[in-house]
Design a protein around this ligand. Structure first.
Ligand code: ADP
Ligand code: GN1
Ligand code: MG
Length: 371
């Protein structure tokens, strides 16, 4: 996709949305790996200001933007009703799509790029690293609650925006293919990392098998529950809004729980180069477990709770496989900001997996407390 031009956004794209006031600024925003995100600032007649998030959706990854936006509209209107019922503020506690001036939910421009706009959630922050254990606990309650709120969502009406997104068996097959094809000739330098994945093939079946056998339920899940996909209220410190709804699809609670642990319970950044700094913190692991189980309001089954450590390990292994596969394929999926960025990311994930394996008994004991 073409580089983002702020000037073009300012002059041609933003004015096509029904935003209020006079646009005064458009700046690149956030640290997501997938979409191009821009923050718009508008000045209102009364001198106040209103901000928006404008995104160019990544249509290499989300092949059916219309279906994706149908999911977003349906899920947010469903959540909106529930938020109003419980006396919350629907403009802050869920995403709100701003239509185009001609009343559509998204814009297709003359280059065939797809754009959408949301209300900017003010007085809240999305964190790339855990700031305090409380933030992490509050994010867990919110992600658990999100899943609970969607418990009676008609799952069959959801489009699968990325097929097999957390199917670790097919992710493993994709990984092996990337190694075999080795289109950039990079495999020779990362043999140790490749071996790390290949040795764990048996693990990749565990959640898929449990779902297939009906031992754990299929639910409507978020599927991308990293800490920076939740807005933490600046005043109360509570998780005010779950964002990045592109991958809301039928899935397992283990995916949501596991992806949060992968990212938030790590003592290092996702792309930390010094692996000594990267470990799975058992204090954070426990606090998230407590918050998530509470947030799910008693809806998790005993089997699910017992499998939570496996959720954490497999989501971390999967993400590592995806980063390494992308490195081997020439960095075509995740946004990178330096040449070996995806390799660095893959290495932190494998370090975390190895650390979880060492702490396996401890993790099992912790989750047992929340049965
Ligand atoms: P990506 O799929 O690329 O991760 P996100 O939808 O997560 O894209 O957006 C990237 C970042 O932009 C988020 O991590 C968050 O910091 C910020 N962001 C997204 N939506 C909003 C919003 N409605 N209000 C405030 N910030 C937002
Ligand atoms: C991507 O979109 P973002 O940055 O929140 C990715 C997740 C990965 C994550 C790794 C649609 O999340 O699956 O776990 O990067 N999203 C998609 O940081 O592939
Ligand atoms: Mg995101």
């Amino acid at each position: 996709m073409e580089e983002l031009s702020m000037e073009r956004i300012y002059k041609e794209i933003a004015p096509k949305f029904a935003i209020e006031g006079t646009l005064t600024e458009a700046v690149p925003y956030g640290s997501g790996h997938i979409n191009d995100t821009v923050r718009l600032t508008c000045v209102l007649e009364d001198g106040g200001q209103k901000r928006y998030i404008l995104q160019r959706m990544n249509d290499d990854i989300f092949r059916q933007p219309a279906e994706l936006m149908e999911n977003v509209m349906n899920v947010t209107s469903f959540l909106r009703k529930k938020i109003i019922e419980r006396g919350g503020d629907p403009d802050r506690e869920t995403l709100n799509v701003i239509p185009t001036v001609d009343g559509r939910n998204y814009l297709e421009d003359e280059n065939g790029d797809f754009w959408r706009t949301y209300i900017f959630i003010e007085n809240a922050t999305s964190f790339d690293m855990v700031r305090t254990p409380d933030d992490f606990y509050n994010s867990a309650v919110s992600f658990g609650n999100f899943q609970l709120l969607l418990q009676d969502y008609p799952a069959a009406t959801l489009h699968e925006t990325i097929p097999n997104f957390h199917n670790t068996v097919s992710r493993f097959a994709d990984f092996k293919k990337a190694v075999e094809e080795d289109v950039c000739g990079r495999a020779k330098d990362v043999q140790e990392e490749i071996r790390f994945v290949l040795e764990r093939e048996a693990d990749t079946h565990v959640i898929c098998d449990a779902l297939a056998k009906g031992e754990i339920p299929l639910r409507v899940t978020h599927n991308d529950t990293k800490l920076n996909n939740i807005m933490i209220d600046n005043e109360t410190g509570k998780g005010i809004c779950v964002i990045d709804l592109d991958t809301v699809m039928p899935g397992s609670a283990l995916y949501d729980y596991g992806d949060s642990i992968r990212f938030g319970a790590s003592t290092g950044a996702e792309d930390e180069k010094n692996l000594e700094l990267v470990n799975c913190d058992m204090g954070l692991f426990e606090i998230y477990t407590k918050g998530y189980v509470e947030g799910c309001g008693g809806s998790l089954t005993e089997k699910e709770i017992r499998m939570l450590p496996m959720g954490a390990k497999l989501m971390t292994l999967e993400c590592g496989m995806r980063f390494l596969a992308d490195y081997l394929q020439g960095d075509v999926y995740f946004k990178i900001h330096r040449p070996e960025h995806n390799l660095d990311r893959a290495r932190t994930q494998f370090k975390l997996v190895a650390d979880m394996e060492k702490k396996w008994d401890e993790m099992a004991k912790i989750v047992e407390k929340y049965l």
